[in-house]
Design a binder for this molecule. Structure first.
Ligand code: UDP
Length: 195
């Protein structure tokens, strides 16, 4: 997949459809694929934060979740195709997971919010299995227990909704411990699904 650089942040030039096809491909690999959905604010943050910049560079799929990135690409003729939001991506991914019996773990949001999101997702997407949930206000000491609970849920996909850049940093810090196939940073996506 072609990547274009916006202020040094390499972003994949994919349509929504191509991004979902890539995610479906990731489900069939036997390693964790890291998916980030930066908006212009994150691209700006990464200018002053080399650690964050390197995390984004190491993403397996990095999609432009923000019209400002598409406008920057148009001005410079870089070739980003269209805005691809985390919620667009996960909507199609959840439909696919429901049909193919793949499961999802939701991490993040205030207490009770991921559970509400899980209930709404199970009602909306036929066949989907939410393997587990965990709110996003935990202490570092609890991290290992959370990783164990994600891994023992055997979830294929992990939604990480801890806000940016905490979620990108969390995915990167824990990438070698997670057994799922996809970890995707979704910001306030959990609140949208919770309704
Ligand atoms: N969040 C969380 N833990 C935190 C900080 C934020 O779980 O320590 C959740 C928050 O409840 C919300 C989501 O992360 O559901 C997105 O937060 P915010 O809107 O601040 O981030 P953004 O979408 O702007 O990245």
């Amino acid at each position: 997949m072609k990547r274009v650089e916006i202020l040094n942040v390499p972003i994949h030039a994919v349509s929504q459809h191509e991004a979902v096809e890539a995610l479906i491909g990731f489900l069939n690999q036997d390693k964790l694929m890291k998916v980030y959905t930066p908006n212009p604010e994150i691209v700006m943050l990464a200018q002053a934060d080399e650690g964050l910049l390197n995390i984004l560079k190491d993403g397996d799929l990095v999609v432009p979740d923000g019209i400002g990135l598409i406008m920057a690409s148009k001005l410079k003729g870089l070739g980003l195709k269209e805005r691809v939001t985390g919620v667009d991506l996960t909507h199609r991914l959840l439909s696919y997971c429901g049909n193919s019996k793949k499961s999802v773990f939701i991490l993040g949001g205030k207490p009770d919010v991921p559970e509400k999101a899980a209930e709404n997702i199970e009602n909306k997407y036929n066949g989907i299995k939410i393997a587990g949930t965990q709110h996003g206000y935990f202490k570092q000491e609890e991290n290992e227990e959370i990783i164990n609970s994600i891994n023992s849920s055997k979830a294929d996909v992990l939604f990480v909704c801890l806000g940016a850049p905490r979620q990108e940093i969390w995915i990167d810090d824990n990438k070698d411990k997670l057994n799922c196939r996809i970890a995707i940073g979704l910001g306030g996506g959990v609140d949208i699904y919770a309704g």
